[in-house]
Design a protein around this ligand. Structure first.
Ligand SMILES: [Zn+2]
Ligand SMILES: [Zn+2]
Length: 203
């Protein structure tokens, strides 16, 4: 069953505010994230219940895709439950941190190749910023993506097992002896004279 359109529109509105401009790649990430959550039967990550390993890099569309993916899954750079692998692939793995159940999703190559020839991307290639591309070009592409059947553009793997490495939470801060700022202790170094220094102050 596809994700209900009303829920998708709500996610889209949130993602629009976060992302900053309307483009086709953000809703692709949004839909891909929701598809992965559905495949695992999980809710959006409130804390670090979910983890994303994104295979994307800095290429065109990849950043926009990731903003949609973060909005859908709740895996964000702020919470550190997303990691970018820079394989420059439009793919990611969503992992349920508690159970280790995981699913890998990628854009179908023929779909992505076609998308890179879309009128929107033609404008981008000419150097037009996404927010300046006419709505008559952007809107139909975005609407189409929001309504596409998942099987038209997504490869969804079977559920497999993958563990998430968990670092111990550190709540302890001490002051750097040089700049006086509060620093989490795991990133303070001890100088030869025994003073605790933050990374920039330790040279
Ligand atoms: Zn974008
Ligand atoms: Zn310092």
């Amino acid at each position: 069953m596809e994700v209900a359109m009303k829920e998708l529109k709500e996610y889209f509105d949130t993602a629009m505010k976060f992302h900053g401009h309307k483009c086709p790649a953000m809703p692709l990430g949004l839909r891909a994230g929701l598809a992965a959550m559905k495949a695992l039967g999980v809710e959006r990550s409130q804390d670090k219940e979910l983890f994303v390993e994104a295979e994307t890099g800095k290429g065109h569309a990849a950043g926009c895709f990731l903003d949609g993916l973060m909005t859908a899954t709740g895996c964000t750079y702020g919470k550190s439950n997303i990691q970018k692998l820079y394989y420059n692939k439009m793919a990611f793995t969503l992992i349920d941190a508690k159970t280790g159940r995981a699913v890998r999703i990628s854009l179908k190559p023929e779909f992505f190749e076609k998308a890179l020839n879309s009128p929107f991307v033609q404008e981008r290639k000419k150097g037009v910023p996404p927010q300046d591309i006419p709505a008559s070009i952007t809107d139909p592409q975005v609407e189409r993506i929001l309504g596409l059947p998942e099987s038209d553009f997504l490869m969804v793997s079977d559920v497999f097992h993958k563990d998430v490495k968990k670092g111990a939470a550190n709540f302890e801060v001490k002051r750097c002896a040089k700049c006086g700022e509060a620093v989490f202790t795991d990133k303070l170094t001890t100088a030869p004279d025994g003073r605790l220094l933050c990374i920039p102050c330790s040279g």
